[in-house]
Design a binder for this molecule. Structure first.
Ligand SMILES: [Zn+2]
Length: 290
């Protein structure tokens, strides 16, 4: 197939990159869409433990940034906030909420991190949203996606459910990688000179849950506006913690020792460029319009 229909604006998306799966780009809104499948076997090539060392510090820092913004929006409400996280993974967001006195429950299809959830008293339901049908009486104050929204194929069905499950002033929070960030742009450039592995890695095509879409600020807003969500703010998050990037690269089984060394050195050289360029990860706050 050379063309598909853009899931955001309905215009034509043209075949742009051929990797393990195909990637299409919408000529109108610029959304990148893949024809990847979700592998329900949950087998992935990442080693859980070594991945955690590198990521944890960075994630906690970003989650604290989000919590701070969330508290600003909701500071008039003198009660515990009720939130829902879709795709809780290791449970780190729920942990940060717990530390900050924010009530949040999680939905997660995988049981790989069940021990951590239990040990920390995190409230996680195992299964898929919205099938699990978890409700809050008055509706949730917020629903959050941390690196999950880009993995979802049926966006229309999802957004209808989200609107139903949020309360009248509810916030939809989307923490997501950007297609106009430094890493995506670099991966595109490398593809052009025949190195496809970086783009393949960004789309997570070798993981059980690859990306379905790669958004930028404009097409994400376009999609959310269609369903009656208005953007209130968006914040740049850190995509790389230079003190632990070595561990993160090492955690990837597919990368050889030599390649890992070259990558680590390369990142050190590029650090100022990366910090000065457009951010690779942003968090968006959308308010439900009644
Ligand atoms: Zn489009």
């Amino acid at each position: 197939m050379d063309y598909i229909q853009c899931p955001v604006c309905g215009n034509q998306s043209k075949l742009k990159y051929k990797l393990k799966f195909n990637i299409y780009k919408c000529h109108q809104c610029g959304l990148y869409t893949s024809d990847a499948n979700f592998d329900l076997s949950f087998q992935s090539s990442l080693e859980l433990d070594s991945r955690e060392i590198g990521l944890k510090k960075l994630r906690f820092e970003n989650f604290n940034t989000i919590v701070k913004a969330l508290k600003v929006f909701k500071d008039d409400e003198k009660r515990t906030l009720k939130g829902l996280e879709i795709g809780s993974g290791n449970g780190w967001w729920l942990k940060v909420c717990q530390e900050n006195g924010i009530g949040c429950i999680g939905i997660e299809p995988e049981k790989a991190h069940e021990d951590y959830h239990k040990e920390n008293g995190l409230n996680v339901y195992y299964g898929f949203y919205p099938d699990l049908n978890i409700k809050s009486e008055q509706g949730f104050d917020f629903i959050i996606f941390n690196d999950v929204f880009e993995h979802i194929r049926d966006l229309d069905g999802l957004l209808i459910s989200l609107k139903k499950d949020l309360n009248d002033n509810g916030l939809l929070i989307i923490n997501i990688p950007m297609s106009d960030g430094f890493f995506y742009k670099t991966a595109q450039l490398l593809y052009k000179i025949g190195i496809k592995s970086f783009l393949e890695r960004l789309w997570q095509f070798n993981f059980h849950s690859p990306h379905m879409n790669y958004f930028n600020q404009n097409n994400l807003e376009l999609l959310l506006n269609k369903y009656g969500f208005l953007k209130t703010t968006n914040i740049k998050l850190k995509s790389l913690d230079f003190s632990t990037s070595k561990e993160r690269i090492k955690a990837d089984k597919d990368i050889s020792k030599l390649k890992a060394m070259v990558l680590t050195a390369g990142l050190r050289v590029l650090k100022p460029v990366i910090l000065a360029s457009r951010s690779d990860i942003r968090v968006f706050f959308f308010k439900k319009q009644i």
